[in-house]
Write a protein that binds this ligand. Structure first.
Ligand SMILES: Nc1ncnc2c1ncn2[C@@H]1O[C@H](COP(=O)(O)OP(=O)(O)OP(=O)(O)O)[C@@H](O)[C@H]1O
Ligand SMILES: [Mg+2]
Length: 358
């Protein structure tokens, strides 16, 4: 509007001034008119800036509002005043009569009790939407339980210092978030003081080193919103490297290798096997063969434990687990991989079988 006004003014000045010069009114000359027009032109820029200023101001206050919204947000998960820390964490998990719902009157977890001894590995299986990820979220206290409790080493997670809790739980989540920044920064995020050698060692253990080296700027490649896009399996491997560097006492792997090809998955299973030594591990997976090393398995259905036992016990039970297992075995047979060791999960040629069921 301001610009248009100034332009109209120029037109007016030229028109009227031209007439005045021709008529010679008030001693108007072409020179006088010209200088007038030039002055007017000089006015245009500051007027324009004025318009830009109100524009900029609107954007600025808009952005400030969003910043304050975030900085003023009150987290739902709060730390108690007298919160405690771990003296020497062992990593024992005790879930007692846990109940949880995201939305009122839609229970997701119902009276669920589970115990994982320090250093053991628990496998969790169950159909999609059964509540597996929700259990992981409740252990890491990303949400608060409605009823019941989650205890680590006998301390309710609600009584723990949040920092302390999160530092000791490594979660390779089902949907992985990469922050805007370099690959190194994304891996180091879990422990900012880690050296470059440690970052590379973690990436190698997570089978991520090779693909990172092929990226345009290797470890300095920028990823996250607007950066280089990575495939699902690549992001999972970065997330695993991040967890390796974090070195947590409790490891939660939520479909950690689901997006990878068979060979990469097998390599990673090896490193994850090494990683889970001396740590309490909870592994969630749909591919049942990846859970063979679990000390015990829980089949979750509708937020409850439907079956519980070792791999062998669950097969002998001939329930849901057995059903899923045979379906996966059938799938293997149809693509021509013969004996999937129906009765003896630990026998058979694992070289060919592992992971091909997907
Ligand atoms: N943030 C949320 N808000 C509301 N409902 C949710 C939320 N997250 C999950 N749910 C619901 O809770 C139920 C359990 O979800 P959960 O993610 O725990 O399933 P899951 O067992 O991990 O499934 P999958 O095998 O597909 O990962 C689902 O019915 C889902 O729709
Ligand atoms: Mg899930």
């Amino acid at each position: 509007m301001l610009e248009i006004l100034v332009l109209l003014l120029s037109a007016l000045v030229l028109g009227m001034g031209g007439v005045m010069v021709v008529k010679g009114t008030d001693g108007m000359t072409a020179g006088k008119l010209l200088s007038f027009v030039v002055y007017l032109e000089m006015l245009r820029a500051p007027f324009g800036n004025l318009a830009m200023m109100s524009n900029g101001w609107a954007r600025c206050s808009d952005a400030a509002q969003r910043i304050f919204e975030i900085s003023d947000a009150i987290p739902e998960i709060t730390e108690k005043e007298n919160a405690v820390g771990f003296e020497n964490i062992r990593g024992e998990i005790d879930i007692n009569e846990l109940e949880f719902e995201y939305e009122p009157a839609r229970p997701i977890i119902q009276k669920l009790s589970l115990h994982v001894s320090a250093g053991d590995m628990l496998g969790i299986v169950g159909r999609t939407g059964a509540g597996k990820t929700t259990i992981a979220n409740l252990i890491a206290r990303l949400y608060d339980a409605k009823e019941g409790s989650v205890k680590i080493d006998g301390i309710d997670v609600k009584d723990l210092k949040i920092r302390e809790l999160r530092r000791n739980i490594g979660l390779v989540s089902q949907d992985i978030y990469l922050f805007y920044g370099s690959i190194t920064e994304n891996i180091r995020y879990a422990r900012p003081d880690a050296s470059m050698d440690e970052v590379i060692a973690a990436a190698k253990a997570a089978c991520a080193h090779d693909f990172i080296m092929k990226l345009p700027d290797a470890y300095e490649t920028r990823v996250g919103a607007g950066g280089q896009s990575l495939s699902g399996g690549e992001r999972q491997r970065i997330s695993i490297a991040r967890t390796i560097i974090q070195n947590p006492k409790i490891l939660i792997l939520d479909e950690a290798t689901a997006a990878m090809d068979t060979e990469t998955e097998r390599n990673i299973q090896n490193s994850l096997g090494l990683l889970s030594k001396g740590r309490t591990t909870i592994a969630i997976a749909h591919r049942l063969s990846t859970l063979r090393d679990s000390d015990y398995l829980a089949v979750i259905d509708g937020g409850k434990i439907a079956e519980y036992g070792t791999f062998k016990e669950l097969l002998d039970l001939k329930g849901e687990f057995y059903r899923q297992y045979t379906i996966q075995a059938e799938a293997l047979k149809t693509i021509g991989i013969a004996e999937f060791a129906e009765d003896h999960p630990h026998d058979g040629d694992e070289e060919e079988n592992d992971g091909n069921q997907g």
